[in-house]
Design a protein around this ligand. Structure first.
Ligand code: ADP
Ligand code: MG
Length: 685
């Protein structure tokens, strides 16, 4: 192809090589093995193929609606073919009375069926038995303007196949191919572009999805197997006195079944030979802190120290206070270390860490500084994981020759498929049960002009002694306007609730001011907290019973659920009110519906994944991993993913030293993929 087209392919689609082109798969296929009658057409039909002639042309409309209409018929009825662009070109090319095959998607306009911008070819092009399914490739406007449309791409791919003299070397081992009845790679690549029928296409799709997911899983499992071999872990072999006293004397309630199960899993991990690396997912309020504390007491009983890392100072203070309160007078020394710990308080804490007198340290990233040295750090708990990346995890390990066990806790439930793909090096536990007696949060959706009744409802709650959050969105691109919205909202609320005290909180404030405002609200000095999403993570004010989310249409599902989780932590019934404008997109309507009908974080996360696709999920963005699967879809291919994970595990078990000739191509392929420049399967290398 010419230079200009090559440049377009580079720039617009990231296609640089024949390989890239080969792996640029069609996004849909259209059956051209059939010809429709014009009289059969309605707006509901997908793409159709027609055979007939143009009787006359007509130019209509002005400006943007200027168009060329060709009146087309096959003798059964008439249909309008319509062009808004390239009118001159079309008029010159097409002739009245000549037989054409027309291909396009019918729609309704002013009560008439029409087809906009159809493909029109000579009738002699029609070869029904050979045509099969026609591939459609995504292209950009820029490409279309230069004639590099889907058809042109199909031609390029078809030329490419003609240039190929050898079969594509197989990338999966024969035993896998036989056992799972897979199409060969060579056949699958040909069929995926030019399938003859649906059955064949599905077999090719299955093979290519299988392969894509298989290598991702092989990579992750291989990495974690490797890590297990490399790192021995501290062994916490006994459940000792303090754990038992806490469990039997201090604990005011029974653990939930899910908490018990997860604690068991952790005990099993830390009593083995390797380092624990476990992710605990638990919906807001599921009691993760307690699980963390029990794990840290295991460390203490076995002569080790523990450290709990949290993303903000407010949270660190809360956690420290909670742990101290729960431990009562058990001989466990808990200390707090954050950026604002005063120098004179620091010295004894640092000393205690070095000589082992401090058992549990709760802190922010200040804990990662070099002058913080532990006597023998046995376990690190990272709360609200997404603020701490892999890098920081690694930094914690570096503090000791034997790395501490790592427990990562997150309240942003990540659908299993995504967790298995993103955090494949972590084992995953799920706390899928809330403590008994929790009342589900009553969630409603109201339109902005109904805020009057909302205010009287809030007043009612506050008069009963409760507190309320009012949250505004804030995004970088729109920061000025968003802050103004927040300020305006704050002023208005101050007017409406002039007999109460209000707090205001946003990310632009100094940390000191933020902490102070948060403290005022937490202590009940103020009744309403107006803020941006800075309160999203972890904050615990059990007395707050109302969460109002302004401009709710601008939040993703997971974020809405996280925000809602800030209430419903006390004994009283809690409420969440989603406020939106009255013009709602289909997508927003769905999100509001899910929020008002479900309180289940996992259900919501699954729905989120389906609505937005994995690329936009919070988990993905925060881990900084671009997600660019070519054919598999994490939302839809969950079963296949789990299945190939086992297949990949089988390969690792069968060929641990990577020296079995039967699997040579598999390891080679993995190496090749990882060397590609657009390798993007995450932080794992
Ligand atoms: P999260 O998982 O959101 O971090 P927390 O650990 O803050 O949840 O727990 C929420 C509340 O539930 C706390 O007040 C805690 O004391 C309480 N809690 C935890 N486990 C149980 C349980 N098994 N039974 C009753 N209450 C519990
Ligand atoms: Mg928590």
């Amino acid at each position: 192809m010419g230079e200009q087209r090559a440049t377009l392919l580079n720039r617009e689609l990231g296609i640089y090589s024949l390989y890239d082109l080969l792996y640029y798969f069609p996004y849909k296929y259209i059956d051209r093995s059939k010809v429709f009658k014009v009289s059969e057409l309605g707006a509901q039909l997908q793409h159709v193929q027609l055979l007939g002639e143009i009787r006359s042309f007509e130019e209509m409309g002005e400006g943007a609606s200027r168009r060329l209409v060709a009146h087309f018929t096959d003798g059964t009825a008439f249909v309008d073919l319509v062009w808004f662009r390239g009118i001159k070109f079309v008029k010159n090319k097409l002739q009245v009375g000549k037989k054409y095959v027309v291909f396009g998607k019918p729609s309704m306009f002013n009560g008439r069926v029409n087809i906009a911008h159809p493909d029109v070819d000579d009738a002699s092009m029609l070869q029904l038995d050979k045509m099969g399914l026609q591939p459609y490739y995504n292209t950009t406007e820029k490409m279309k303007r230069s004639g590099l449309n889907s058809n042109a791409l199909a031609k390029l791919v078809s030329n490419l196949f003609q240039l190929l003299v050898h079969e594509f070397p197989e990338t999966l081992s024969q035993d896998i191919i036989k056992k799972h009845a897979l199409m060969s790679l060579d056949e699958a690549l040909r069929v995926i572009h030019f399938p003859k029928n649906l059955k064949e296409l599905q077999a090719a799709q299955y093979r290519l999805k299988f392969e894509e997911l298989f290598f991702i899983q092989l990579n992750i499992l291989n990495y974690s197997r490797d890590r297990q071999k490399r790192y021995v872990g501290h062994r916490f072999s006994k459940v000792g006195e303090i754990f038992n006293r806490f469990y039997h004397e201090n604990l005011p309630f029974e653990l939930t079944g899910a908490q018990k199960r997860v604690v068991k899993e952790i005990r099993c991990d830390v009593n083995g030979n390797s380092q624990m690396n476990r992710l605990i997912q638990g919906d807001v309020g599921s009691g993760k802190t307690l699980v963390a504390l029990l794990s840290m007491l295991l460390a203490k009983d076995n002569g080790y120290q523990a450290c709990m890392l949290v993303p903000t100072e407010i949270l660190a203070e809360q956690h420290c206070a909670t742990l101290r309160r729960m431990l009562g007078n058990l001989p466990v020394r808990v200390e707090l270390l954050t950026g604002s710990t005063k120098q004179k308080d620091r010295i004894p804490i640092l000393e205690g860490l070095e000589n082992g007198a401090v058992d549990i340290l709760v802190g922010t990233h200040a804990v990662l500084e070099d002058n913080v040295q532990f006597h023998n750090l046995g376990i690190v708990v990272i709360d609200e994981q997404h603020r701490f990346g892999v890098v920081q995890r690694a930094k914690m390990w570096a503090k000791n020759s034997v790395p501490p066990h790592v427990l990562v806790m997150t309240a942003t439930p990540i659908p299993r498929t995504l967790a298995m793909t993103l955090y494949g090096d972590l084992d995953v536990s799920v706390i899928d049960e809330l403590p008994p007696g929790r009342k589900p949060i009553a969630t409603t959706h109201i339109l902005r002009d109904r805020t009057h009744s909302l205010y009287s409802f809030m007043r009612h709650q506050i008069d009963e002694g409760r507190q309320a959050y009012v949250v505004y969105p804030l995004i970088k691109e729109n920061e000025k306007l968003d802050l103004k919205n927040l300020e305006d909202g704050y002023k208005q609320l101050c007017n409406v609730f002039c007999d109460y005290k209000l707090s205001k909180l946003h990310g632009k404030m100094k940390p000191k001011e933020k902490d102070e405002e948060m403290r005022r609200f937490a202590s009940g000095e103020t009744q309403i907290l107006v803020s941006t999403t800075v309160i999203e993570v972890g904050v615990d004010v059990p007395n707050a019973s109302v969460m109002v989310i302004e401009n709710a249409e601008r939040f993703g599902l997971s974020q809405l659920h996280q925000l809602r989780g800030r209430v419903g932590r006390g004994a009283s019934q809690s409420y969440c009110v989603l406020v939106t404008g009255d013009k709602l997109s289909e997508d927003t309507r769905k999100r509001m519906e899910i929020m008002t009908t479900s309180n289940d974080g996992f259900e919501i996360a699954e729905a989120d994944l389906k609505l937005r696709g994995p690329g936009d999920m919070e988990g993905t963005q925060q881990s900084g991993i671009a997600f660019d699967l070519k054919i598999a879809n994490l939302a839809r291919d969950e079963q296949l993913l789990q299945f190939v994970r086992e297949v990949a595990r089988g390969v690792i078990d069968a060929d641990p030293a990577h020296d079995n000739p039967a699997y040579r191509m598999v390891w080679e392929r993995l190496r090749t993929i990882k060397n590609m420049k657009n390798w993007n399967w995450g932080a794992i290398s």
